[in-house]
Design a protein around this ligand. Structure first.
Ligand code: IPE
Ligand code: IPE
Ligand code: MG
Length: 246
């Protein structure tokens, strides 16, 4: 493995795949052209994650706020998801990828929901890399749904309200079963979270790049991982506590 040592490879990477619209605009093409071009970048980061030994990759594909886009764009994205699922799942399965969809899936129409569930079931036994696709996902929604589950557990008498703590509540958040989020990447130049993994991002390392999503490739991911490997994660401690002088 070139560059960073295995221990410095993030176990869990999340990416806000932003910049498709601007990429298309620069080419005088419709925004959907940029979304389509973004598929190649998804394949690139999955391939690179498999090679680097990353255990989980979480991709923001459609936010709970993206429904507000023009109907035509939302429609184009939905049909892109269907086409991508029909085309890519075989190969992902062959490569040992476990696919998960996170978010409020109930909002999608039946054919798309069926495909998502079929892809999750089919790849459920794979262990090489878990790829989570966040669709109709919002970080605030995630916190609310976890809170609702905690409230229901209290109502059923399974949990006392005073026993709700960060660990308990965290167990109901999306991705709780995975290694904690190590590296949060956003392409497209904006330095914001846009309601992605609010709870999970607490101690992730943030990495922002101007590269537009369709241009993001394996070398770009390697660069982000190398940057991550140089960070000192202190979790509130001092540098000396974390890296004692020898
Ligand atoms: C990200 O690219 C893809 C989705 C939000 C679905 P954008 O479509 O936001 O691209 P820009 O930010 O307008 O360039
Ligand atoms: C975030 O990008 C959502 C996805 C990449 C799916 P947006 O383009 O929707 O975010 P804002 O509007 O710039 O905050
Ligand atoms: Mg955007």
């Amino acid at each position: 493995m070139p560059g960073a040592e295995a221990a410095q490879v993030p176990r869990h990477i999340a990416i806000v795949m932003d910049g498709n619209g601007r990429w298309a605009k620069a080419r005088h093409r419709p925004r959907s052209f940029g979304h389509n071009a973004g598929r190649k970048a998804v394949r690139e980061v999955i391939e690179a994650s498999l090679r680097e030994g990353v255990k989980a990759l979480t991709l923001f594909a459609f936010s709970s706020e993206n429904w507000q886009r023009p109907q035509e764009e939302v429609g184009a994205l939905m049909s892109l998801f269907v086409r991508a699922l029909d085309k890519e799942v075989d190969e992902l399965h062959g490569n040992g990828v476990r696919l998960r969809f996170i978010g409020d899936l109930g909002a999608f129409d039946e054919p798309l929901r069926q495909r998502m569930h079929a892809a999750m079931e089919r790849t459920a036994g794979n262990t090489k890399l878990q790829v989570n696709i966040a669709v109709n996902y919002g970080g605030r929604w995630d916190i609310v749904q976890a809170t609702r589950q905690a409230a229901l557990a209290v109502a059923r008498g399974e949990l006392a309200a005073q026993d709700i703590d960060e660990t308990r509540l965290g167990q109901w958040m999306s991705l709780a079963e995975l290694p904690p989020l190590d590296l949060f990447i956003r392409t497209g130049g904006e330095c914001r979270i846009s309601n992605f993994l609010l709870w999970q991002v607490a101690y992730a390392e943030l990495y922002f790049t101007d590269t537009l999503w369709p241009d993001f490739d394996q070398a770009c991911l390697r660069q982000a991982i190398e940057d991550y490997a140089r960070r000192e994660r202190r979790y509130g401690r001092t540098g000396e506590q974390v890296t004692p002088l020898s």
